[in-house]
Design a protein around this ligand. Structure first.
Ligand code: E4P
Length: 229
């Protein structure tokens, strides 16, 4: 399973890359704004260079299919590891599957975003998406179970031999990460604030403290024995 960072924060991403647990990055216009990246091209190029060959998802910012296509093609020229994020529908509910299909047929990797149902995931896959981004937190906001959708999506992809990957985003708590992993997500994209919570545990700290204290006691014993000789 891969872990992406759901962020445009250069320092945070750099930090978690150094920990050896990061396989890619996802962004969206809200994340860019929150992280102070106002120039999408400059920010995207910088992140892509930092990530090397790992994928970086950059989202289009238009409702118009022609503009989405134009932006998608332009993004793909910024760096070889750019993945173009296209919503499954625009804000008026018009299908964006044609845009996904066209970009995919031009060899541009597409991350289909804002997926809230299994049916949307099926269609995004058929259209040629490389990544099918299921928004777990937003699915749960509507009173539905994200794990059911993730499990169904993964099973369907495997059964029919599609290469698309189930990417679970909209993580709201560390428990969501475990649930997505158990449901069969290929990738989970996690905002940086959850990563320290995933790694830390008060009893791990306590355990290490006990070992360090006993190591100090052992050293003290050695010194005493040397003095006694
Ligand atoms: C995923 O690629 C998205 O950027 C993100 O997870 C969206 O989540 P949100 O519900 O926090 O906006």
């Amino acid at each position: 399973m891969q872990i992406f960072v759901d962020s445009a924060n250069y320092r945070e991403i750099e930090h978690w890359l150094r920990q050896g647990v990061i396989d890619g990055v996802t962004t969206n216009p809200s994340i860019m704004l929150k992280d102070g990246v106002y120039d999408i091209e400059e920010g995207a190029r910088r992140l892509c260079a930092l990530l090397g060959s790992r994928p970086v998802s950059i989202e289009v910012t238009s409702n118009d299919p022609a503009e989405m296509l134009e932006q998608g093609r332009a993004f793909a020229h910024w760096a070889p590891n750019v993945v173009v994020k296209i919503p499954v529908v625009n804000e008026f509910g018009d299908s964006c599957l044609g845009v996904i299909h066209q970009l995919a047929s031009e060899g541009i990797r597409v991350n289909t975003t804002a997926i809230l149902s299994f049916n949307q995931g099926i269609l995004a896959t058929k259209a040629g998406a490389t990544y099918v981004s299921i928004f777990a937190g937003r699915v749960a906001d509507e009173g539905n179970d994200p794990a059911t959708i993730v499990r169904a999506m993964r099973r369907w992809l495997d059964e029919w031999g599609y290469a698309a990957k189930v990417l679970v985003g909209s993580i709201r708590a560390v428990m969501d990460v475990q649930n997505a992993a158990m449901a069969g997500a290929h990738i989970i994209t996690i905002a940086p604030q959850f990563l320290p919570k995933m790694v830390d545990h008060k009893y791990s700290r306590e355990t290490v403290r006990q070992f360090n204290q006993d190591a100090e006691k052992a050293l003290a014993q050695i010194s005493q024995l040397r003095v006694a000789r």
